[in-house]
Design a protein around this ligand. Structure first.
Ligand SMILES: Cc1cc2nc3c(=O)[nH]c(=O)nc-3n(C[C@H](O)[C@H](O)[C@H](O)COP(=O)(O)O)c2cc1C
Length: 194
């Protein structure tokens, strides 16, 4: 796991691959590590992935090469191709930057979701890994919005930036994106109240 450039507590967007009856299944999920040893998930009730994970207690995490793979998993799954893992029955995803084979270590209900803790059995890394995290994209969108906010328009933009900041704090606590976005919100707020 230490071969993967993951920051503790940050949430990364990955593809979770599972299989219940031999049919490969893939869906996007967020994952994080608290200790750079195991991976954690919050899986909302009702997904096929959660059903498969609870039934087989095995999963693959594929770190995708691009955001398009997340789109494909949801809306064009026929374009995804799969391989065989070495230590678990779940399928690997072709083209992943990194693949982690995991078994479930523990599960506990959290409101309308299940917190799944999983331990890696094998990690395979293909070249450079740039895990997907939402913070930089949100900062970028916030910057564009801020430059469009004429002073009278600033109050309309602020709730969007507040929401972006909420998400950045969740997915990348302590990041440069968080500091920049906090500064941006402060500037716009003082400009709009002046
Ligand atoms: C980028 C991204 C991240 C997601 N993260 C989660 C997550 O952490 N937990 C969750 O329950 N659903 C998450 N989802 C929603 C699931 O992918 C979605 O519910 C999916 O339809 C589940 O598919 P399935 O029922 O085929 O397993 C995420 C979706 C996207 C696009």
């Amino acid at each position: 796991m230490r071969a993967l450039p993951l920051r503790e507590g940050w949430i990364y967007e990955v593809i979770v691959c599972t299989s219940l009856d031999g049919t490969p299944h893939a869906a996007p999920f967020g994952t994080w590590t608290d200790d750079r040893v195991g991976l954690e998930f919050l899986m909302y009730e009702g997904s096929r992935t959660l059903r498969n994970v609870l039934a087989t207690r095995e999963l693959i995490v594929a770190f995708p090469a691009d955001v398009h793979t997340l789109f494909a998993a949801l809306f064009a799954p026929g374009g995804l191709t799969f391989g065989r893992a070495l230590t678990v029955g779940a399928p690997t995803l072709d083209g992943a930057q990194a693949t982690v084979e995991l078994t479930v270590d523990g599960t506990r209900p959290v409101e309308d979701a299940v917190r799944v803790s999983a331990m890696p059995r094998r990690v395979a890394v293909e070249g450079d890994v740039t895990p997907l995290n939402r913070a930089d994209g949100l900062l970028l969108e916030s910057l564009v919005l801020a430059t469009r906010a004429e002073l009278p328009g600033a109050p309309a933009v602020l709730p969007v930036l507040d929401e972006n900041l909420r998400v950045v704090r969740k997915v990348a606590p302590g990041s440069a994106a968080e500091r920049d976005l906090e500064a941006l919100v402060r500037r716009l707020r003082s400009a709009s109240s002046a």
